[in-house]
Design a protein around this ligand. Sequence first.
Ligand SMILES: Cc1cc2nc3c(=O)[nH]c(=O)nc-3n(C[C@H](O)[C@H](O)[C@H](O)COP(=O)(O)OP(=O)(O)OC[C@H]3O[C@@H](n4cnc5c(N)ncnc54)[C@H](O)[C@@H]3O)c2cc1C
Length: 417
Amino acid sequence: MRFSFLSLLRNAFSAHRDWPEQWRSPEPKPAYDVVIVGGGGHGLAAAYFLAAEFGIRNVAVVERGWIGGGNSGRNTTIVRSNYLLEDSEALYDHSLKIWENLSQTLNYNVMFSPRGILMLAHGHHDVQSFTRHLHANRLAGIDSEWLSPEEARAFCPGLNISKDIRYPIGGATLQRRGGVARHDAVVWGFARAASALGVDILQNCEVTGIRRGPDGAVTGLDTTRGAIATRKIGVSAAGHTSVVLEMAGLGRLPLESTPLQALVSEPLKPLISCVVMSNTIHAYISQSDKGDLVIGAGTDQYVSYSQTGGLQITAHTLDAICELFPHLRRVRMMRNWGGIVDNTVDRSPILGPTPVPGLFVNCGWGTGGFKATPGAGHLLAATIARGEAHPIAAPFGLDRFARGRLIDEAAAAAVAH
Ligand SMILES: Cc1cc2nc3c(=O)[nH]c(=O)nc-3n(C[C@H](O)[C@H](O)[C@H](O)COP(=O)(O)OP(=O)(O)OC[C@H]3O[C@@H](n4cnc5c(N)ncnc54)[C@H](O)[C@@H]3O)c2cc1C
């Protein structure tokens, strides 16, 4: 069923009782052409593009909990493409271009809101490195503007540009095409569109083993809902990727999983009309359409699979927010939570084939993979369909750690976003 003005009107007259289920919940089939492990935005997007663009429809997405219950449903939804290095710029801008028409493509309102990303530079050295970053972005055709402190404040009223604070603001870069989207709508939109094309979405279905044949190639999976045969597996399991890939005997991956936290305030009238990020004092903030202030903290400094995190990390972030926006000091925080993010040493993702024939991986997005959801899904689908890395994904292969060709985005991704 397509969403349209008429369908909304018709269902309004029946008090919205007659909407059909948005995706099917079938029993697992004994075999699929492709199985995607992980029902987050990335896995569902890959399944959607396999069906929609590459004509591979005998596909299952296996999710151990509920779709969107992982980081896709826990993040602060910042979308941008102003990374530093050419390979990353191509990767994230590929995604941003898909975001721009995603609601129309999926016929589902993902509430993509390009309200502008303001990245604050504090002090002389920040100004120098941000200027370099801005020129790199412009060379790659990615929109980026330099704002003086006064211009930054005009763009984001309420921003504290006083010279008397710990880290005075020396200017800011602005990517106007960046913004936010509604995270669960992204997951549901991809699930609905993929299911309509024949993809089976199998929730409460945990992968417990990966089977390989005598030639080493994958032959199937063991799950809590039975065995499934397949010759192609794509793993998009975020913080649990290393656990899943160990099942295929791949050994240790260059990944560390850590908790990353976020928090929201009580709902307020519109106050902050853009996204503000500060790498130096480590804080970022936007306001949701419901009115909550959405605030992101940093990662804990130790490896863990517990979906909470240290209180001192959120306290530090709130200190920084109060310095940037002193008028928010008395706002009450309503909820905080954590997700398990998978960090690589160069803070760039891993996307491509693995040494195990038929096994593909998309992980290592760490603190910043929500923005890549449609692009990563598309590139994983292309890589699985063709059996080799898509050119945009090629630099991000697992082999880069052996070759020493790292894509060091630690500075561009220094604030958790
Ligand atoms: C607090 C926080 C804030 C963030 N803010 C931003 C931001 O503002 N912007 C941004 O770009 N990124 C942000 N991120 C990062 C972003 O959320 C992730 O990179 C992205 O959502 C990853 O999507 P995914 O689909 O790969 O992972 P997930 O949504 O985590 O999906 C992976 C799925 O795999 C499933 N799974 C795991 N093991 C198994 C198994 N054995 N069998 C079956 N299923 C399994 C999990 O249950 C999970 O649902 C943030 C993350 C957090 C935690």
